[in-house]
Design a protein around this ligand. Structure first.
Ligand code: ATP
Ligand code: MG
Length: 224
C-alpha cells in the first residue's frame, strides 16, 4: 500500500480582485511509496506549495481523495488532522522558522510538545540527530548565531524529531548558495535513507531535484 495516494485532487483559489475562481490543481493523481524521495518542480505559481500544503493537511482540496497511510483525510475532523500532522509529518520551509528566543536544542524539541505523551528519550534523540548534522556543539546557541545553512540543518532535525512517516520540504535550499544547497540536499538524502522516512521536496534547483528518486513536474495543474 502506498504511503500517500491522491486521486483527482483539485484546488482553486478566489481571485481577490474579480472574485473569479482560479484553478491551480486540476485533477492531480499521485502515488508515493514509503521510503521514496520525490522532487516536485515547475514554474513559479504552478501550484507546488499548494500541493505540498494539501499533502501536509495544512490546506484542504476542493475535490478528490487523499489517502495517507491508509486513512482517508476527508474523514478526519480538525483534531484528527492535527494528530496526523504532528505525529506523522515533518515540515521544512524555505525560511527556517526557528524561534529566535529558543536555543537550538529547544527548537528541535518543540514538535514533541504537540504530542500527547512526549517521548522520554526526546532529548537523547535530539542530541543524536544534531550530532549527525554536525551541530552537537551548537545545541545551546540561538538561531541568530548560526549561518543560513546551519539554521536549515536545525529545521531539518526539528522535522525529524517525532519520527514522522513523511517529510515535506518546500524549497529548503532556496535561500542557500549552490554549495550549501548541495550540502543540505546530501544531508537530507543521507538521513532520509537511514531513517526510511519518505521525502517530498519542492525545489527550483534542478541539480537538487535530480538527486531524488523521482522528479515530478506540475504542468497546467496536473502532474507529469
Ligand atoms: N490563499 C490564496 N489565495 C488566492 N490565491 C492563492 C492563494 N495561495 C496561492 N494562490 C495562487 O495559487 C497559485 C499557485 O500558488 P503556489 O504557492 O502553490 O505556487 P508555487 O508553485 O509554490 O510557486 P513558487 O515557486 O513561486 O513558490 C498562484 O497563482 C497563487 O497566486
Ligand atoms: Mg511555492
Amino acid at each position: 500500500m502506498p504511503l500517500i495516494q491522491l486521486t483527482n485532487v483539485s484546488k482553486s483559489y478566489t481571485d481577490p480582485g474579480s472574485g473569479a475562481q482560479v484553478p491551480v490543481l486540476r485533477g492531480v493523481n499521485l502515488s508515493i511509496e514509503a521510503g521514496e524521495s520525490v522532487a516536485i518542480v515547475g514554474p513559479s505559481g504552478c501550484g507546488k506549495s499548494t500541493l505540498l500544503n494539501i499533502l501536509g493537511t495544512l490546506d484542504l482540496p476542493d475535490a478528490g481523495e487523499i489517502l495517507f497511510d491508509g486513512e482517508a483525510l476527508a474523514s478526519l475532523k480538525p483534531a484528527g488532522l492535527a494528530a496526523v500532522r504532528s505525529q506523522k509529518i515533518g515540515f521544512i520551509f524555505q525560511l527556517h522558522h526557528l524561534m529566535p528566543q529558543c536555543s537550538v536544542l529547544e527548537n528541535v524539541l518543540l514538535p514533541t510538545l504537540a504530542l500527547k505523551s512526549p517521548p522520554k528519550d526526546a532529548v537523547q534523540r535530539a542530541e543524536a540527530l544534531l550530532e549527525q548534522v554536525g551541530l552537537k556543539d551548537r545545541m545551546d546557541w540561538k538561531p541568530a548565531q548560526l549561518s543560513g545553512g546551519e539554521r536549515q540543518r536545525v529545521a531539518f532535525v526539528r522535522a525529524l524529531i517525532n519520527q514522522p512517516r513523511l517529510i515535506l520540504a518546500d524549497e529548503p535550499t532556496g535561500a542557500l548558495d549552490e554549495t550549501n544547497a548541495a550540502a543540505l540536499t546530501d544531508l537530507l538524502l543521507t538521513l532520509q535513507k537511514s531513517s526510511g522516512v519518505t521525502l517530498v521536496m519542492v525545489t527550483h534547483h534542478r541539480a537538487q531535484a535530480d538527486r531524488m528518486g523521482r522528479v515530478l513536474t506540475i504542468h497546467e495543474g496536473v502532474l507529469q
